[in-house]
Design a protein. Structure first.
Length: 353
């Protein structure tokens, strides 16, 4: 038997799995998918759980029901690449592999800022997003919330909380001169104006020095608040950072044109864990997953895989509550209801996938 193990059932992992299951497979292939949760969770929607505008069951999707797949729901403690196996707390739960796909995604990067990990909430995992939702939901009237980071996650979190809790005092601490540094100036200006209209304070050129239980200190000024949410950077999953492979300057694994680790070509890396010219995104992971599925179909049939075509991203969409949004659509910056409807359409497709 050829043992293929996929770790991580996110956007990349599920595209690989479904791409394999859509085709007839050799009888000697045994597929195992390992995930910490017994369901898929749509990470791009975690901000809605944090804000309390959507029930957590609405961002959960069942894994494919297929007898060719064995599911293991457990927390991996180490990827042992010397012996081609996954290790768990229970020594008897070890899973060996012949081929391994790593799609573990990313986690918060606190940049060594004192108190950031201990005293901030997060939207990086399903469990943490739920915890954040409880913290926001339990705030008394006129509570204070600080969101650290004004990238896509920070903007969506802050705007969704504003829509959910009009009474709260919300501020965003932004390192740059404008929000959404990676977006077109038209979008940046639109979002800045949205926050002004909706009474969300944006503090630019911020340098967070430390975080405490009841506040965050920035450029010598300490803001007293009830909840601090961290959206100021990510890094590959800890298990990936510990791997003995070449990494780029963001700790992502360097892969070849077939998404293989050059020195261990039975290991494939997808999404946030793989070095790429593109920024991490669900779209990128999904496109890579489709290509890896085709590569694996060839490899598992003992054929030479075709070189993948260059990736073509379709743009990025973001929300400002339930009826407003922004995004680059067909390389054109768009704002308002249209990109928000497009984002809802993408979510609908992800749920149906």
């Amino acid at each position: 038997m050829k043992k293929l193990v996929i770790i991580g059932g996110g956007y990349g992992g599920i595209k690989i799995l479904s791409g394999l299951l859509d085709q007839p497979l050799p009888e000697d292939i045994h597929i195992t998918l390992v995930d910490r949760n017994p369901f898929r969770s749509l990470k791009t929607e975690f901000y809605t759980i944090a804000a309390g505008t959507v029930a957590d069951q609405d961002v959960r999707v069942d894994f494919p029901d297929d007898k060719r797949v064995n599911y293991v729901f457990n927390e991996i403690i180490k990827i042992d690449t010397d012996h081609d196996q996954l290790l768990f707390d229970d020594p008897e739960a070890t899973i060996p592999y012949d081929y391994l796909v790593i799609g573990l995604g990313c986690e918060d990067n606190y940049h060594g800022i004192p108190g950031a990990e201990e005293f901030t909430e997060s939207v990086q995992t399903f469990t943490k997003a739920r915890h954040t939702g409880v913290a926001i939901g339990n705030l008394k009237a006129y509570g204070k919330v600080s969101v650290v980071g004004a990238g896509l996650s920070g903007i969506e979190v802050a705007s969704e909380i504003r829509e959910s809790r009009p009474d709260l005092n919300i501020r965003i601490l932004d390192r740059g001169n404008t929000v959404l540094k990676a977006f077109d100036s038209k979008i940046q200006n639109y979002v800045e104006e949205w926050f002004v209209r909706n009474d969300v304070d944006v503090i630019h050129n911020s340098t967070v020095e430390y975080v405490e239980k009841d506040g965050v200190c920035n450029n010598g000024v300490c803001y007293i608040n009830d909840v601090t949410i961290w959206t100021a950077g990510v890094q590959p999953n800890r298990l990936v950072r510990e791997l003995p492979f070449e990494k780029d300057d963001q700790d992502k694994v360097v892969v070849n044109e077939f998404y293989q680790v050059p020195q261990k070509q039975n290991i494939y890396v997808v999404g946030d864990c793989a070095s790429s010219e593109y920024s991490p995104s669900a779209q990128l992971a999904g496109l890579q997953g489709e290509q890896i599925a085709e590569i694996l179909l060839a490899v598992l049939k003992d054929k030479a895989p075709k070189k993948p075509k260059p990736l073509k991203l379709k743009g990025t969409l973001g929300s400002l509550g339930k009826s407003d949004g922004f995004g680059n659509m067909v390389k054109t910056p768009m704002t308002g209801l249209l990109p928000r409807l497009a984002k809802s359409g993408v979510l609908w497709l992800n749920r149906r996938h």
